[in-house]
Design a protein around this ligand. Structure first.
Ligand code: SF4
Length: 222
């Protein structure tokens, strides 16, 4: 959509501070099932799943971790096997060499600095090799300690279309969103955006005619 159109259309909706609550409320009603799609039973399984989810689908990760988590139960288990064996076990998630290296590095630091427990603070999670801001935000939020807002491709696209940010860089988008989104909604906000992005506000063909945000969205085509 041309930027000039978005600029023009923005004039027709209320300021973003007034729209953010109805946006969240309507999306929460529309996507009551919005939640993380990864399957895990412990903070460690959550961390590993999120690390494996880069560049692949959650369905694919769940398929791999179903067996993986039977074999690897503690941080030590990921270090007890030869590197090649772990590579084979995560092969189907893609980028298996890099992911194996990251997982083994993260497990080493977990054991050396955190008594084998997954920390909840972003700055501590970022000390784990292979854990970047997005992964740290997802893990912290799922552990009930959201300290930021996860920005993935859907959050980025919808935030821009809804006129909640003009930024392109995920870190700057997150900075805009944490100023706008009420803190108690930091954890669920990305899930609502992701599910709305998948179901309605498609990257190529947004279905504005079926969208509950149509009167709140400066990019609406109807
Ligand atoms: S009105 Fe259209 S562009 Fe705006 S959020 Fe809905 S589907 Fe996306």
């Amino acid at each position: 959509m041309p930027r000039s159109f978005v600029r023009e259309a923005r004039k027709r909706v209320a300021p973003k501070k007034e729209r953010i609550r109805p946006i969240i409320e309507r999306l929460a009603a529309e996507h009551a099932d919005a939640a993380i799609a990864l399957t895990f039973r412990s903070p460690l399984e959550l961390l590993i799943s999120v690390m494996l989810s880069a560049q692949t689908t959650d369905v694919n990760v769940n398929r791999v971790t179903e067996k993986l988590f039977v074999k690897y139960r503690k941080p030590e288990d990921y270090l007890a096997v030869p590197q090649e064996e772990l590579e084979q076990d995560v092969f189907a998630t893609g980028f298996y060499r890099q992911k194996t290296k990251s997982i083994r590095g993260a497990m080493t630091v977990l054991l050396e600095e955190f008594d084998g427990e997954v920390p909840k603070r972003i700055e501590e999670l970022l000390r784990l090799p292979g854990v970047a801001r997005k992964t740290a935000n997802v893990v912290a939020a799922e552990l009930g300690e959201a300290q930021g807002i996860v920005v993935d491709t859907h959050v980025r696209r919808l935030s821009q279309r809804l006129g909640l940010t003009r930024q392109e860089d995920p870190v700057k988008i997150e900075r805009d969103l944490v100023r706008l989104v009420p803190r108690e909604d930091w954890a669920r906000f990305p899930h609502l955006m992701i599910w709305h992005g998948r179901r309605v506000c498609d990257a190529r063909r947004p279905r504005c005619e079926d969208c509950v945000l149509v009167d709140l969205c400066p990019s609406s085509r109807v």
